[in-house]
Write a protein that binds this ligand. Structure first.
Ligand code: S3P
Length: 188
């Protein structure tokens, strides 16, 4: 970790819609800044002992959000990391409050066509199974983007290699810490 990122005492939390590249960018970002990478969805699956689709099917979305809330809180109480969250995590009031207080949140913003392209042909996302994925993602953009906009940083992802987005996140973090290093959040 170099320069102003040395002042970063919190975990970096990636938020954004399904297909925005949170896991892919997160893994590379973690390598670049020398922190462990954790995928919240993978942790939820490990804690539940079954896949996210199965959790939705057997117990319902509310039970999934409950598990997600607990897992994200536990992870952000642990050692610093780069944490990729599932697309709905930041929409949950309690989970969002934990992320706001304990992490530096980065919204990976992507346009509809890119999200459709990136989620196509994958069938592990229960929310995209019942209906036209483009219509579903479009409705989620309407509902969620105003909330994702509360993240500390917003980084546009492009239809380019993940490293391009990683560079943008690193630049945004460096700028954030250079300009807010004296504020409590950056020190906490
Ligand atoms: C969800 C996104 C998924 C996963 C679950 C619900 C959502 O994660 O948490 O299927 O509500 O947007 P990804 O964003 O990693 O696909």
């Amino acid at each position: 970790m170099t320069g102003d990122l040395g002042k970063m005492t919190r975990s970096v939390v990636l938020v954004g819609l399904m297909g925005a590249g949170k896991s892919c960018v997160g893994r590379r970002l973690a390598q670049r800044i020398g922190l462990p990478f954790i995928d919240a969805d993978t942790e939820i699956e490990a804690a539940a002992g079954c896949s996210i689709s199965e959790i939705f099917q057997r117990f319902g979305e509310a039970a999934f959000r409950d598990g997600e809330r607990r897992v994200v809180a536990r992870l952000l109480d642990g050692p610093r990391c780069v944490l990729a969250t599932g697309g709905g995590a930041f929409m949950d009031e309690q989970t969002r409050a934990v992320i706001v207080h304990k992490g530096i949140s980065v919204w990976l913003r992507a346009d509809l066509d890119l999200l459709v392209k990136r989620t196509a042909g994958r069938d592990h996302r229960p929310l995209l199974k019942d209906g036209d994925p483009k219509a579903i993602l479009g409705a989620l953009i309407e509902k969620r983007y105003p909330v994702y906009a509360q993240a500390d940083l917003t980084v546009d992802t492009a239809d380019r290699p993940a490293e391009v987005t990683v560079d943008r996140v690193l630049a945004a973090l460096a700028e954030y810490f250079a300009s807010t290093a004296s504020l409590p959040k950056a020190l906490g």
